[in-house]
Design a protein around this ligand. Structure first.
Ligand code: ZN
Length: 206
């Protein structure tokens, strides 16, 4: 999520829909600008999915997991929510991935310049307020900011907060009974990661 202010959208809703429809037409006619998949592959995937990783990432338009990891259909099981936070629906989706898809790897991926984390910093340290439902979202991030230095430069603070937020989410997941059991069996791995907007590099955390 980016909080960069834009006075007016570049596209109207109708234009945006037309863009989606044109993109989908390119895709189904084999003229996608991104690597497309063969009809046989789609037919195969229609029978079922076996993604090898579950990724919890941010909704930010600049961080699309399939493109970032150059992954095809059926490879990534992706959950995207502003600030890559947890919540009942997210936890349900993760539990489904663990119990039914058995993805061996789980990745919590934050990103540099995250607007949701930036808003949480402003709320925690400057007392700024957002609309009610955004506030509920930020409440998931704010505890992750404990221990950060509010006197640090905004860029340093944001970078530290992005990583702290990823680690916070990872810690919460590690505390779930499923994670404890499956990690104990050694069949599952849970890692944090931070995507660098400017380089496109994903930095996996220890
Ligand atoms: Zn974000």
């Amino acid at each position: 999520m980016s909080t960069d202010p834009t006075d007016r959208p570049l596209w109207t809703a109708d234009e945006a829909l037309a863009r989606l429809q044109a993109g989908n037409l390119r895709f189904i006619s084999g003229q996608a600008r991104f690597p497309t998949v063969q009809k046989e592959v789609l037919a195969d995937l229609a029978r079922g999915q076996q993604p090898y990783v579950t990724i919890l990432g941010c909704s930010d338009s600049r961080v699309p997991p399939e493109l970032v990891f150059d992954a095809g259909f059926g490879e990534l099981f992706v959950i995207r929510v502003a600030g890559n936070v947890l919540g009942p629906s997210i936890l349900g989706t993760l539990q489904y991935a663990g119990l039914h898809l058995h993805t061996p790897l789980f990745v919590v991926m934050g990103h540099e310049g995250c607007g949701a984390v930036k808003a949480a910093i402003a709320s925690r340290f400057d007392g700024s307020r957002q609309a009610s439902r955004i506030e509920i979202l930020l409440e998931q991030i704010i505890p992750a900011l404990d221990g950060l230095d509010p006197q640090a430069s905004p860029a340093v603070l944001l970078s530290a907060a992005v990583e702290a937020n990823v680690r916070h989410t990872v810690r919460q997941l590690l505390a779930t009974p499923e994670a404890k059991a499956r990690l104990g069996e050694g069949v599952m791995r849970l890692v944090g990661a931070v995507y660098e907007l400017e380089t496109g590099r994903v930095r996996f955390l220890d």
